[in-house]
Design a protein around this ligand. Sequence first.
Ligand SMILES: Nc1ncnc2c1ncn2[C@@H]1O[C@H](COP(=O)(O)OP(=O)(O)OP(=O)(O)O)[C@@H](O)[C@H]1O
Length: 288
Amino acid sequence: MDYDLGIINVLRRLIGYFQTEPLQVAFELLVIAFVVTMILRFLRGTRGARVVKGLALVLVVGTVGIQLLAGEDSLSRLRLLYDSFLTLASVMLVVVFAPELRRAFMRLGEASFFTQGGVRRARVVEEIVAAIQYLSRNKIGALVAIERQVGLRGIVEVGTRLDAELSASLLNTIFWPGSALHDLGVVIQGDRVIAAGVQFPLSEREDLPRELGSRHRAAIGLSEEADALILVVSEETGTISVAERGVLRRNLTIDDLRPELNHAFGQLTLSESERSTTTTDTPLAGKG
Ligand SMILES: Nc1ncnc2c1ncn2[C@@H]1O[C@H](COP(=O)(O)OP(=O)(O)OP(=O)(O)O)[C@@H](O)[C@H]1O
């Protein structure tokens, strides 16, 4: 078996493509780079991203290996087997990652809606800040996910739909112990509380501090799957934490929280009318 010949063959073919149609090849490479970047961006922060990266590595190594080994029509059966493996692997991937794919397709449909929707950022930020401050002072456990580009409809489906205008008193009422909806989490979409009593996916990480219970684990879990900003108030200690992209930052103050929220809501585009009625970074009059 001549491995050198295999490598030379592949290189020769690549150079040949460049020599005959340089512009077309450059364009194709650009398109591939663009598509790969978009897919990685799309999957960023999700569990699927890690799987796709691992899979991509296996495929690249496998494909290059097969090209080299079976370059000269020798071992063509190996290539045949590899092709069948690829087909089988694609089908298995679709089955195994059906929930992730479903979420990904939902994101496709929802992204444009959220960038157009707009929010009254300053008012919303101050309402959330006031609620978290109240809940923290009174040691009332709370879990709040603020949706960004990645739609959270998948998890909202199993909660109680509210679609109510966001206010501090609404959040305080929801999490008040004894209220029918105080358990589990709340999902905020722009300036609306869209659902309460929502079960978030629990993180499966084993390296989390032992003192973190299921509320904090659920915050990290959701942040691993979506780009939402997730706020947690501990019932035990009243401490405020924020989970984002799989990382939990603990013991935040209210002053730490405000810029986090401004940043999260700033990633949504305000509509023209809202821009003229909202002072973007200053609290509305009368709010703490
Ligand atoms: N998957 C989940 N999604 C959303 N909320 C959850 C989930 N699992 C548990 N919770 C919430 O967490 C509460 C239990 O919190 P637990 O004491 O286990 O967590 P913790 O991280 O130690 O929080 P705390 O500091 O508030 O005690 C439940 O009553 C429920 O409201």
